[in-house]
Ligand binder design. Structure first.
Ligand code: ADP
Ligand code: MG
Length: 906
């Protein structure tokens, strides 16, 4: 490592939910650092906290940290408003290599609030990005204190003797899942602590509540009052003493007490000022209902929130609701007050929120908390997921998100939350046109839809395609048990044609219909068929059907039951109505049961059974089958043990780092690597590349071919013309395969010269690989989602076949299995299509290495390996392309609050 780059500033939450800013220390901070060490800390804390040896005096510390910028020093400060509450720094040692000396100080009155761990997390991130691999500290200040800090942090501590002294050594291994989990856990509890003022406030003020009925502020105020809010409620309005029965005050500062939460319904221009006023008064959370903020207002609002440690919902929010009887806050201007229940709902678009709440209300699904996120400057879906995870009242999460601020962090949170409660989302924005004119097969495959699907799948999120599908699926998940992961459905209908349609719907939802034992037929009327779908005929009565269902639910081959009933002339009297068979039975059975009632007027509703439980009834079997399909997917997700990250041993990170830095220094705008550098880069991560020799004239090509021919299949070589900026070579006649003789090589090279003229910079000579199955493997970095790894059917027809699977890096072992299994051409690999089975371990290894490479190097914006030729004895890539671009090192798991784009810039 030569230079240490300083990271930019970021805001993050302390354990109690307070916001602090973490930013690099500089010469301007000398006074603050001096103050921290001299006044902020007792003699005892100085002794305990100073890990560094050269730290005897506060002035020395300030001089060391705030002198002119020094190579090898990284120093971060944590600021609460204008106060420096802690600092953490590390400075590279001459020996041992990649090791930095660590020091840390926290002001006494800020102890036990997580300042040290937060600072260290940020320092670990910055140090890793700068190539530091170990922290060291001496143990003078008390072995115990050092150990405790690192034990809290989740990093292992080793001991080392140096110059007769015991030193502690902390390896900063980047794939340390224990550390990441510890960071997650701290993030969750800090987040929940910070959200309490928003979601369980004891007092609320509506700022900008006008006397005019029908205005936003007035409407929200009235709703809070009518909703029976359990805490104190005030209005802020300079022109009234009372609004709609609520006492009003001229300003936030004039309120009788500081409200936990303020709802802002003021004009756009007043938003920053009012936010600042709230913050200065000590308000802990804001919901901004105002919309249409410009950049200046956005910045002012964010600044006030961060400086005064307020969480923010909106702007452009419809409000929020908390149905807990101890709170009862209905602070929104959408539909009716949601009835209390167990579904957590968060929406980005207010309109979707209204639609969703009204459907849930109609269906009878109650809500625990509802938040209209609006423009999501701060509080996002990620925050709500963590809140619901910690909230005993919530057992189902419904999200509508149009955009993702930090999808990787969201995915990581969701992966944990979906283990305990179902998380359902509407996948919005599917129709965005794919990347047109993509320069590689991998990029062509990485459409926004594919990327989002990968995120949802890896996180165990139930992604639906419409609000209706979301509600239909929620109806099943909430009321019925999950099926076994196999998801075998018995379809029962009293009209044959209806049963066939339902069977088709099941097949389309990926659900199998098992064969049923013939003896079940004895329970059915004459003429009935017990083949699945079961046709009971219209002659079946409620008693017979109830008996049949009871037998079916005990049948081991059956994981779910779909009962489709049409009213027939035979069942017109209540006593004959087959629906009674369902309603008089238990609502919850061994397997989930969904009804399709073809005369039902609404898409889904609950029918109450004799035992008081409910059964979801759909008007169409497509909706019912889709809901069962989602339930089966969830069962599979839960059955799968959380899988370890895929391992890719022996990757030479240092070699690739120097290659990447070298290329980007020479090409600041980035670009495609030449074939030899591509091979060096991929080779350093152990990707199986065919031998390639570069030739810039005919003579060299012939010599190279002579050397490579013995390695080639049937003693032959391939010759590929090269010029910078080339895209698909074979379409342009730039690939010659199966060259067996010197004359053929000569002729091929000459033809290249004639065809491509001065553009041609040379050619690559390779041994011919033995034929096998051609796959495509690659990586694309999405600016927002991070790296996406793609596997697909390969060769020159890759784009036409469009047979692909994709997952976001880092891949787990399970992802590797799923990616291969998902391909339509998977049978070609397993030997099921009559071809010999290929070396699947080799495919997995290619994917794991690409994942690690992309995760380690955000600069690798595109890598395309096509084809990877697979055979029973291994894999070899014969065509590789890599594009690099300057990208900041970014740890998606670092704890920091978002900085909305709308409020960026000065
Ligand atoms: P491009 O994808 O740019 O058209 P490739 O280098 O992938 O060019 O070559 C096109 C096709 O030629 C490959 O899909 C593969 O079928 C075949 N091919 C290329 N190089 C070799 C090789 N060394 N051994 C065997 N087949 C090869
Ligand atoms: Mg190719």
């Amino acid at each position: 490592m030569s230079t240490v780059r300083s990271p930019g500033g970021a805001e993050a939450l302390l354990a109690d939910g307070t916001t602090v800013e973490i930013r690099p220390l500089g010469p301007d901070d000398h006074g603050a650092v001096l103050g921290l060490h001299a006044d902020g800390m007792s003699e005892e804390s100085r002794r305990m906290r100073f890990f560094g040896v050269s730290r005897n005096a506060p002035r020395q510390a300030a001089d060391r940290l705030c002198g002119p910028p020094r190579t090898g020093l990284l120093a971060l400060g944590a600021w609460a408003g204008e106060e420096l509450v802690g600092e953490a720094d590390c400075e590279l040692l001459d020996e041992p290599p990649d090791t930095a000396e660590l020091a840390l100080a926290v002001a006494d009155r800020w102890h036990h609030r997580g300042v040290a761990t937060l600072l260290l997390e940020h320092l670990v991130h910055a140090a890793r990005a700068a190539g530091v691999r170990f922290f060291e500290a001496d143990t003078l200040g008390g072995n115990h204190a050092v150990h405790q800090v690192f034990a809290d942090l989740g990093l292992p501590v080793e001991r080392r003797y140096a110059h007769g002294e015991l030193r502690v050594r902390v390896p900063l291994d980047e794939n340390d899942e224990r550390y990441r989990s510890a960071v997650d856990e701290r993030g969750r509890s800090a987040d929940v602590a910070s959200l309490a003022a928003l979601l369980r406030p004891a007092s609320v003020a509506v700022v900008g509540a006008s006397r005019r009925e029908g205005s936003v502020g007035r409407t929200v105020l009235t709703r809070i009052r009518r909703g029976g809010f359990a805490g104190a409620l005030w209005a802020v309005n300079p022109h009234a003493d009372e609004i709609g029965g609520v006492p009003a005050y001229p300003s936030v500062a004039a309120l009788p007490a500081v409200p936990d939460l303020a709802l802002l319904a003021v004009p756009v221009g007043a938003v920053p000022g009012v936010a600042e006023e709230c913050g200065a008064a000590g308000v802990r959370a804001l919901v901004v209902l105002t919309s249409g903020l410009g950049a200046q207002e956005a910045r002012g609002l964010m600044r006030a929130c961060r400086r005064h440690s307020m969480r923010l919902v909106g702007p452009n929010s419809l409000g929020m609701a908390q149905t807990d009887p101890a709170v009862r806050l209905d602070a929104e201007f959408g539909g009716a007050f949601p009835r209390p229940g167990t579904a957590g709902v968060a929406v980005q678009s207010g309109g979707v929120g209204i639609a969703l709440l009204s459907r849930l209300a109609w269906l009878g699904i109650g809500v625990s908390s509802f938040v209209s996120l609006g423009d999501k400057y701060d509080v996002s879906g990620n925050d709500l997921l963590q809140w619901w995870e910690s909230d005993d009242r919530t057992d189902l999460a419904l999200l509508h998100l149009e955009s993702f601020g930090s999808p990787r962090a969201f995915g990581r949170t969701a992966r944990r939350v979906t283990r305990s409660i179902p998380v359902l989302t509407v996948d919005a924005g599917r129709s965005t046109a794919g990347r047109r004119g993509a320069a590689s097969h991998t990029a062509a495959a990485a459409t926004p839809t594919v990327t989002r699907e990968a995120l949802f799948r890896q996180a165990g999120i139930t992604a639906t395609r419409s609000i209706d599908e979301l509600v239909e699926t929620a109806a099943l998940l909430r009321a019925q048990p999950l099926p076994a992961p196999r998801g075998a459905v018995a379809v029962v209908s009293n009209a044959g044609g209806i049963g066939v349609l339902a069977a088709d719907a099941c097949a389309e939802a990926g659900l199998g219909l098992p064969e049923l034992p013939a003896e079940l037929g004895k329970l059915l009327p004459p003429g009935a068929s017990v083949r699945n779908p079961v046709d009971t005929t219209a002659a079946i009565g409620p008693t017979e059907l109830a008996l049949f269902l009871r037998a079916l639910e005990r049948e081991p081959a059956v994981d779910a039951i779909l009962v489709c009933l049409v009213p027939t002339a035979l069942g017109t009297t209540p006593a004959q109505d087959p629906v009674r068979a369902l309603l008089e039975g238990p609502a919850r059975r061994r397997v989930p049961i969904a009804a399709v009632l073809l005369d039902q007027q609404v898409p889904v509703r609950y029918r109450t059974c004799a035992d008081g439980g409910v059964l979801p009834a759909y008007s169409d079997s497509v909706a019912a089958a889709r809901a069962l399909g989602h339930a089966r997917d969830r069962a599979r997700w839960l059955a799968e043990a959380p899988s370890a990250l895929a391992v890719a041993p022996d990757c030479d990170r240092r070699a690739v780092r120097s290659l990447v830095d070298g290329y980007l220094t020479a090409h600041p705008d980035g670009g495609w690597l030449d074939p030899l550098s591509t091979a060096d880069l991929l080779g350093a991560y152990g990707l199986p590349l065919t031998a390639s020799v570069w030739a810039h004239d005919e003579h060299m090509a012939v010599a190279a071919a002579d050397g490579l021919r013995p390695l080639g299949h049937e003693g032959k070589v391939a010759l590929k013309a090269y010029w910078p900026g080339q895209v698909h070579k074979s379409a342009l006649g730039a690939v010659r395969t199966g060259l067996g003789t010197e004359a053929e090589v000569r002729a091929a090279y000459r033809e290249f010269t004639e065809r491509f003229g001065t553009e041609l910079t040379g050619a690559v000579v390779q041994p011919m690989a033995a034929p096998g199955v051609e796959l495509l493997a690659g990586v694309v970095q999405d600016q927002v989602f991070g790296p996406l790894v793609v596997l697909g059917a390969g060769g020159t027809a890759a784009d036409v076949l469009a047979d692909r699977s994709a997952r976001l890096a880092p891949l787990s072992e399970h992802d590797l299995t799923a990616m291969v299994a998902e391909l339509r051409s998977a049978p070609l690999l397993s030997g099921a299509a009559g071809t010999p089975a290929v070396d699947l371990a080799a495919v997995r290894s290619v994917l794991a290495r690409l994942s690690r490479l992309a995760d380690d190097f955000p600069e690798l914006v595109e890598a395309d390996l096509n084809p990877v030729i697979l055979r029973p004895d291994g894999a070899v890539c014969v065509d590789t392309r890599v594009r690099l671009e300057r990208r900041p090192s970014f740890d998606p798991y670092l704890r920091r609050l978002r900085r909305p784009a709308a409020a960026e810039g000065e």
